[in-house]
Design a protein around this ligand. Structure first.
Ligand SMILES: Nc1ncnc2c1ncn2[C@@H]1O[C@H](COP(=O)(O)OP(=O)(O)OP(=O)(O)O)[C@@H](O)[C@H]1O
Ligand SMILES: [Mg+2]
Length: 415
């Protein structure tokens, strides 16, 4: 300490000097007389009065300010609040709520210290307003939580993408295999023909027929894959019209009679009286019904039945015409139900399939949903499955969907 500093200190009486320091400190200081009733404040420095928004008092008399005046009435923040119990314990509290004169609370970092001065029992409270820091820390916590949540979502998406990628590889392998099979059959048969390896004209005709059949099968497969790619890319055109479902269903069910009989399956359509109109693209709806009905026959048992019904239904406040297709087949286990509509999953065994890409249901669901409808399924293993194709009764799509298919006349529509 320099000489002039020592001089300064000695010029001031010691208590005056210390009081000057405390008065000018950047920390709020309150001294409570804990021996008196209500434990009034007997000293407050300027910083404390400033933070508490209380007028400066003269001398050391603050008897109108008690711990109860500093205790917040409302504790929405669920933090520790200043109360007289703190005065009985020494210690530091990093977050404690103290109320100002205007009833607004602030967050303080506070330390309580017991003192005995000239036989009087006092408690010294030194505090700093850390509301801003507290709010920043809280916002930071919220942001951190948000980041953690986003990161967890990202991890989840990443793992989903990985399994989707694997499923895609599987799908490509499966599709390629399915494409190669008819192609090999066509080439082998063409070889036979080229080398005139047939024994009779009938056998030659048989070979030619095989080429035609396998070629159509191949085309169907390629169309499925292309359709699927088109729907996924949102590039499929829809021509949604007000169509009559009873006539349509009679026709479709009639077309399947032969296939059903071959598998010894009884098909029936319980047609209600009159007409039943709904909004759909006729060609796409036919494709969907064909997919569902062909599955109902394909995955049925010998001597089983396929029952098609039509009824009104309401789902989530929307009205539909529901085409139900019930079979008496093998059924689908509950954990595999959604897999039926998943483009990269095949529920059953590929070898059992006729076409076998397993795209029938995923395409159908996407088609029906693009037309504002729904495709759902209930099933019981060993009892059978029931698919519901819900076709909207009202217009629910953008106006541009509602238009006639070009070049479509009544004759074609009926076929
Ligand atoms: N009515 C049904 N009963 C039991 N299982 C079914 C039924 N319909 C579909 N599935 C199961 O759902 C899977 C997916 O059906 P989807 O129609 O998409 O494919 P697919 O019939 O195998 O091949 P595709 O329709 O392309 O010829 C089927 O492989 C089958 O395992
Ligand atoms: Mg199918």
């Amino acid at each position: 300490m320099s000489k002039s500093q020592l001089d300064l200190a000695s010029e001031l009486s010691q208590s005056e000097f210390l009081r000057g320091l405390i008065e000018n400190a950047n920390v709020g200081v309150l001294v409570f007389d804990v021996a008196l009733e209500n434990r009034p404040v007997v000293y407050a420095n300027s910083r404390a009065l400033e933070v508490l928004e209380r007028p400066a008092a003269h001398g050391l008399v603050f008897r109108d300010l008690c711990p109860s005046d500093l205790k917040p009435g409302d504790n929405r923040r669920q933090a520790a609040i200043l109360s007289s119990t703190f005065l009985e314990r020494e210690g530091h509290h990093s977050e404690i709520l103290i109320q100002k004169s205007n009833k607004i609370s602030f967050v303080a970092s506070a330390a309580f210290k017991r003192l005995t001065v000239k036989g009087r029992e006092l408690v010294l409270l030194s505090f700093q307003d850390v509301t801003v820091q507290w709010k920043l820390a809280r916002d930071l916590r919220v942001k951190q939580e948000e980041i953690e949540r986003a990161y967890a979502e990202l991890l989840e998406q990443n793992s989903q993408l990985k399994s989707l990628d694997q499923a895609k590889d599987k799908f490509i392998a499966l599709t390629t295999h399915e494409l190669r099979t008819p192609l090999s059959a066509i080439l082998a048969t063409a070889d036979f023909l080229e080398n005139k390896l047939y024994e009779s004209d009938e056998q030659r005709d048989e070979f030619i027929k095989t080429i035609g059949e396998q070629g159509r099968h191949l085309l169907e497969l390629v169309n499925d894959v292309l359709d699927f790619a088109k729907i996924r890319a949102g590039k499929m055109d829809f021509f949604v019209e007000h169509i009559e479902l009873i006539t349509l269903l009679k026709k479709v069910v009639g077309n399947f009679q032969h296939m059903a009989e071959q598998s010894d399956i009884k098909m029936s359509f319980m047609a209600p009286e009159g007409q039943a109109h709904a909004w759909a693209d006729l060609i796409r709806l036919k494709e969907i019904i064909n997919n569902v009905v062909s599955n109902a026959i394909k995955y049925n048992r010998k001597g089983g039945t396929v029952t098609v019904t039509l009824a009104n239904c309401q789902v989530d406040g929307r009205s539909y015409m529901r085409i139900s297709v019930r079979d008496t087949g093998v059924g689908i286990p509950a954990d595999k139900l959604e897999g039926v509509f998943n483009e990269f999953e095949t529920v059953g065994h590929v070898s059992r399939h006729h076409k076998g890409t397993g795209l029938g249901m995923p395409i159908s669901r996407r088609l029906v949903e693009s037309m504002g409808g729904r495709l759902t399924l209930t099933s019981e293993v060993g009892v059978g499955s029931e698919f519901h194709i819900d076709v909207p009764l009202e217009k629910v799509l953008e106006e541009s969907f509602y238009r006639a298919r070009p070049g479509m006349d009544e004759d074609l529509m009926a076929s």
